[in-house]
Design a protein around this ligand. Structure first.
Ligand code: F6P
Length: 325
């Protein structure tokens, strides 16, 4: 295998709090082990268009506490084409980059997997997504911060929901995964969560309604996982129609969930995974995502990481159910 001297870092897809802590960790642990580092801007777009600069330890000073990503991010359509990936490879050669560390979610790691199959460039992935939907890692970078942000918002919504004795449907992100919805519901004491991993959406709503909405409560909060088919608005409309006596409101939290200073947990996770990426390169690993399982750093092949069946612990569903009577 060709000797690795220079490591390129990029962030791709939806940003997540803690990406900067990961960039800092990769940069500093690479430099301390004798590698040079290049920062690639705007994800795969910057890789194709040569938006790259040399990184020193100072390039990553004072970023550990900042949300977003100093490298910027993008969802690149062009990189999904063979021509786009060829362009990216040419930049890599021109810049003298020997290995890539990609921080991103499912789509970004899928891109890395295809690129690594086509070209002889070792690629290491870091799970950077608020959705927590990457298989083989207990946690992804940004998930904990977002969970805390949602809980903060729901606590505030609860105040006004109580005052007006209302039912609130609060829609949260997560793409096809319900980790954010289920766990934020437990942490905020919500009455129910509607998530893709459970029964049909209709069953979940029925179940909530069947318990007797607000029989003994001042307010009810249902956390709804975003879905392309039906979101919080859909359920709210249904309840409004069938139970006109209830005062129903919807709150879609949107992109505020992705911002903000990362939690200590996300900073530590990102720091460990970033250092793990450099250890993996030194170990001769390629085409793996660095994950964390039972508090141990693990290597997860890209094909496993991007599996769509990361399981939710069904115990979480039971706990919410029992506690929301
Ligand atoms: O994957 C992260 C995520 O925030 C999802 O939860 C959400 O569905 C999506 O990205 C939103 O993407 P965009 O910022 O492109 O609207």
């Amino acid at each position: 295998m060709a000797k690795i001297n220079c490591i390129g870092i990029l962030t791709s897809g939806g940003d997540s709090p803690g990406m900067n802590a990961a960039i800092r960790s990769i940069t500093r642990s690479a430099i301390s082990k004798g590698f040079s580092v290049k920062g690639i801007y705007r994800g795969y777009e910057g890789l194709m268009n040569d938006e790259i600069s040399e990184f020193t330890t100072e390039s990553v000073s004072n970023i550990i506490a900042r949300g977003g990503t100093i490298l910027k991010s993008a969802r690149s359509k062009e990189f999904q084409t063979p021509e786009g990936r060829q362009k990216a490879y040419e930049t890599i050669q021109k810049e003298g980059i020997d290995a890539l560390v990609i921080i991103g979610g499912n789509g970004s790691l899928t891109g890395a997997r295809i690129f690594a199959q086509e070209f002889d460039v070792p690629c290491i992935g870091l799970p950077g997504t608020i959705d927590n939907d990457l298989y083989g890692t207990d946690l992804t970078i940004g998930y904990d911060t977002t969970l805390n942000t949602i809980v903060d918002c729901v606590d505030k919504i609860r105040d006004t929901a109580n005052s007006h004795e209302r039912i609130f449907f609060v829609e949260v992100m997560g793409r096809d995964a319900g980790f954010l919805a289920q766990n934020s519901a437990i942490a905020s004491g919500a009455e129910a969560a509607i998530i893709p991993e459970d029964n049909t959406d209709a069953d979940q709503l029925e179940h909530f309604i069947g318990r007797g909405i607000r029989k003994s409560k001042n307010s009810s909060i249902v956390i709804v996982s975003e879905s392309p088919k039906c979101g919080a608005m859909f359920y709210a409309d249904r309840v409004k129609k069938e139970y006109p006596q209830y005062d129903v409101r919807v709150s879609i939290l949107g992109h505020l969930q992705r911002g903000g200073s990362p939690s200590a947990r996300d900073r530590i996770l990102a720091s460990r995974l970033g250092a793990g990426a450099i250890d993996a390169i030194l170990d001769g690993q390629r085409n793996v995502m660095i994950g964390i399982r039972n508090d141990e750093v693990v290597y997860v092949p890209f094909t496993d990481a991007i599996r769509s069946d990361k399981e939710m612990n069904k115990g979480l569903i039971r706990v919410l159910d029992e506690l929301s009577i």
